[in-house]
Design a protein around this ligand. Structure first.
Ligand code: UDP
Length: 238
């Protein structure tokens, strides 16, 4: 598992935001992966996901305190966590300031309706090229259409690891733009779900808030997050 930690972005959030702004200014093509313990655990049995995480062309950012702490156990220094929701909101702010284009793929259609209103009110200079909910049958067709539209940013909210795999599958056809899997971020930005209160975020307990709010996540959490910690502990002892 050590190799997965080695490719992670290790500087500060502020420095990463400067990178994002430059990508947009230079019309660069970039696949951003927000890595959390669940993703690392899944990658131990899923080589497609593992290759995505190890691809040095991708920006793999540490989305989770367990990732930051896990890296430290292997003697690697990662400044801080950079979450998918924070990157998503920063991208919206940058797109608005730079008057650039956006496509949203994923989440429920009512979430997209709400987010359309949020964008009109808070980010009026973003040109939205389109939105497609994440419950369509042919996701490949939607993705190819997005590539043809050539947005500056595409937020893909289909859950882990489906969103990363879909982006990876089509990425060689992408000409430019930032593509990122954002999980439940659109639910939060639209106001359909609440992000954890500031105190949970500050204490790095956002994961606990999500479990309290959605107890059905507990099985998935134990399997992947606790499994991740056990794997890190075991590998470190070898
Ligand atoms: N989703 C979707 N299509 C699907 C499954 C999920 O669009 O077939 C959306 C779902 O509505 C939600 C997001 O993907 O907006 C996944 O959110 P979750 O909080 O589960 O993200 P994760 O924990 O995987 O990051």
């Amino acid at each position: 598992m050590r190799e997965l930690f080695e490719t992670l972005y290790n500087k500060t959030q502020k420095e990463y935001y400067i990178k994002l702004s430059k990508y947009l200014d230079n019309n660069e093509k970039k696949f951003i992966v927000t890595a959390n313990p669940e993703m690392f655990k899944l990658a131990s049995t899923d080589c497609v996901l593992k290759n995505i995480l190890l691809d040095s062309d991708n920006d793999v950012v540490p989305d989770g305190i367990a990732i930051v702490k896990g890296a430290r156990r292997f003697g690697l220094k990662i400044e801080e966590r950079i979450t998918g929701i924070d990157i998503s909101m920063k991208l919206l702010e940058l797109l608005n300031n730079k008057k650039k284009t956006l496509y949203l793929f994923g989440a429920k259609s009512e979430v997209l309706d709400k987010i359309g209103t949020v964008i009109k009110e808070k980010y009026p200079c973003i040109k939205v090229l389109g939105m497609t909910d994440g419950y369509v049958d042919n996701k490949d067709e939607v993705f190819q259409n997005i590539i043809d539209l050539n947005p500056d940013v595409c937020l893909v909210a289909l859950g882990i690891p489906a969103q990363e795999k879909l982006i990876a599958k089509h990425f060689e056809n992408v000409k430019r733009g930032i593509y990122i899997g954002v999980g439940g971020s659109l639910d939060v930005i639209s106001g359909s779900k609440k992000r954890a209160p500031q105190i949970f975020i500050k204490l790095n307990l956002e994961w606990l808030y999500r479990i309290i709010k959605e107890p059905s996540r507990i099985g998935r959490f134990i399997k992947n997050n606790i499994g991740f910690m056990i794997d890190v502990f075991r590998e470190k002892r070898k």
